[in-house]
Design a protein around this ligand. Structure first.
Ligand code: BGC
Length: 576
């Protein structure tokens, strides 16, 4: 739990005593760094925090990002009370908004590693690279428990297992923040509170109809772990709980999270939370800081001010919110050290960091099939054919939240593709037959890399209606496999995906099948395992469905009595 430092509490008391209502609401306000807001908004104390996610970059390189945030910080320090700003970023698998940063496997891959020490290290590197680009706050880790793989954010979560997610949450918060929040750490955010991954039919922002008991038993434990480790912030979720938007849900936010669990950090809203979920009701429910972005600034500020003036929101609630925000600013040492540290810049994307990300890639790979010891591959094979656009594209192998919010199909700086890694290790001929149109029946093996194209948030949702399943491979990708199987070439399939897909037939037709999740910038790590430089270590973080029927959603009141018999159970994974 975040320690209640008496000196800090006294400093907060003195500040609160002299703050105007406008200044208090300012602390509770977060905007984008390029937001159209009045010229003097920061210098008049009307802003408490800045967010960067998709959108115009703060600069062209890390030094200019730092310079942008330094100049915004100077404006805040020149305000009447000189309260520093928090700078938050969606660094969810490395500082993934910066082209050239080390990008780790998405959390689902980290869940497969089962390696909490490694997750702690990865979070430490993410924290450092985020600091190096000017931030002191990350909106990570996502500690959702996905109930249904149709949800578009399954890969942002570590696992369908509560216990595994709990241990990963603990490790991630420790890695980001250290033993306690101080000037060397960065503030982490456990998100999205609560029920994000457990909505009916896996709809992003939908309704979660689980019983209170199930929410407590299955969804709450990772938040307990994060709070016990001192997580500085919790983000409210877009979903509703039994019809009531989580942003306006006083029971879960105030009664449970703050009061009974003792969370004394910041509850931040999600995107435009104020205009979307009931305006002042969200403040009364316990939201402390609002993402007043994309034009919400004036409406939020004005709305909350009149809410306080007409008694709809109590002064005590405002003071509590501001106290929580100031507590984190003091704990992070921002009053003494408000500016980014230029000496960190050379560490961004350094070899040392990439080596850890590569280890994470290797350990995340789950071997689902290995007929007659097809793997490991002999480096001396005469001819290896590599197939599929995912094989030579670091954008495709990284998924959403990679350089762009929705990800992209473009290579980015400093990354290595899977093909690069294969070419580095193979001693014989390596041919890239991207769309399986080449004539290579003489190949010793075809490594076919296929899977999902990048998506984020609701864009990754499937269906919405219960029977609208599409969790299968595309016809093109199935053809790549069929083409090589029909030529009589041995086939190794590497699946790049943010969730398990229904691949029963393809697994059947292959000689070896590897679930590689969304490995991030170090695609080379995959080749190191395929060629046997390292053994497989990954274990399934989700049970693997046999058919589309299996996507009716996991758990739930009747789940364990159902006939669900996955193709591979949770925890499955072969070794050499
Ligand atoms: C997402 C959050 C994210 C926030 C800020 C929202 O749309 O749900 O996970 O942190 O945007 O970019």
């Amino acid at each position: 739990m975040i320690s209640k430092d008496i000196k800090i509490e006294e400093k907060i008391d003195s500040l609160l005593a002299i703050m105007t209502l406008d200044e208090k609401i300012g602390q509770m306000t977060q905007v984008r760094h390029f937001e159209e807001i009045p010229e003097d908004a920061i210098s008049s104390g009307a802003i408490g925090s800045i967010i960067h996610t998709e959108g115009p970059l703060p600069g062209s390189n890390a030094a200019s990002w730092q310079a942008t945030f330094t100049s915004l910080q100077k404006k805040a320090l020149a305000s009447r009370l000189g309260i520093p700003l928090l700078f938050g970023v969606d660094a969810v698998h490395g500082q993934n908004t910066y082209d050239g940063a080390t990008i780790f496997p998405h959390n689902i891959g980290l869940g497969a590693t089962r390696n909490t020490k490694l997750v702690e290290k990865a979070a430490g590197i993410t924290a450092l690279e985020s600091k190096a680009t000017g931030f002191n706050w990350v909106f990570s880790p996502c500690v959702a428990i996905p109930y249904n793989e149709k949800w578009g954010r399954v890969y942002e979560a570590f696992s369908e297992s509560t216990e595994l997610t709990e241990s990963m949450a603990r490790a991630s918060v420790l890695g980001h923040q250290g033993r306690r929040l101080d000037q060397n750490s960065i503030m982490a955010t456990a998100k999205h509170f609560i029920g994000d991954g457990a909505t009916d039919n896996g709809v992003e922002g939908g309704d979660c109809t689980l019983s209170q008991q199930e929410v407590r038993e299955r969804l709450l434990p990772p938040y307990h772990a994060a709070v016990d480790r001192g997580v500085g912030a919790v983000m409210a979720s877009f979903n509703s709980m039994a019809g009531l938007p989580m942003h306006a849900n006083k029971y879960w936010i105030t009664d449970v999270l703050k009061e009974s669990m003792g969370f004394n950090g910041i509850v931040v809203s999600d995107w435009k939370g104020y205009s979307r979920f009931g305006e002042n009701e969200i403040i009364n429910a316990g939201i402390d800081m609002v993402m007043a972005v994309d034009g919400d600034f004036e409406m939020y500020r004005g709305g909350l001010k009149s809410g306080v003036e007409n008694g709809q929101v109590s002064q005590a609630r405002i003071d509590d919110a501001v106290r929580r925000i100031l507590r984190q600013k003091y704990s992070l040492g921002l009053f003494e050290n408000p500016f980014p540290d230029a000496t960190l810049i050379p560490k961004i994307g350094s070899d040392e960091h990439r080596e850890v990300a590569k280890q994470a890639v290797r350990e995340s790979l789950v071997l689902l099939k290995n007929k007659k010891k097809t793997l490991p591959l002999d480096k001396n094979l005469g001819k290896i054919v590599v197939v599929g656009e995912h094989a030579d594209n670091s954008g495709l192998q990284s998924g959403g939240w990679s350089i762009h919010w929705q990800g992209s199909a473009e290579n980015y700086s400093g990354s290595t593709t899977i093909l690069n890694g294969i070419k580095r290790l193979a001693k014989g001929e390596v041919i890239y037959d991207m769309d399986a149109s080449g004539d290579h029946k003489d190949a010793d093996v075809a490594i076919i890399v296929i899977g999902e194209t990048p998506y984020a948030e609701l864009f990754g949702d499937i269906g919405g209606e219960i029977d609208a399943y599409q969790l299968t491979l595309t016809e093109n990708h199935k053809n790549y496999i069929n083409t090589y199987v029909n030529k009589g070439v041995k086939v190794v399939i590497v699946l790049i995906s943010g969730r398990p897909l229904v691949t029963t037939e393809e697994i059947d037709r292959s000689d070896a099948f590897v679930a590689a999740w969304l490995p991030g910038s170090e695609g080379g790590g995959i080749a190191e395992v395929l060629f046997g430089e390292y053994n497989f270590k990954g274990k399934l973080p989700h049970s693997w469905p046999r058919s589309e029927e299996d996507y009716k959603g996991k758990f739930g009141p009747n789940f364990w009595d159902s006939t669900y018999a996955p193709l591979f159970p949770f925890g499955y994974g072969l070794e050499y």
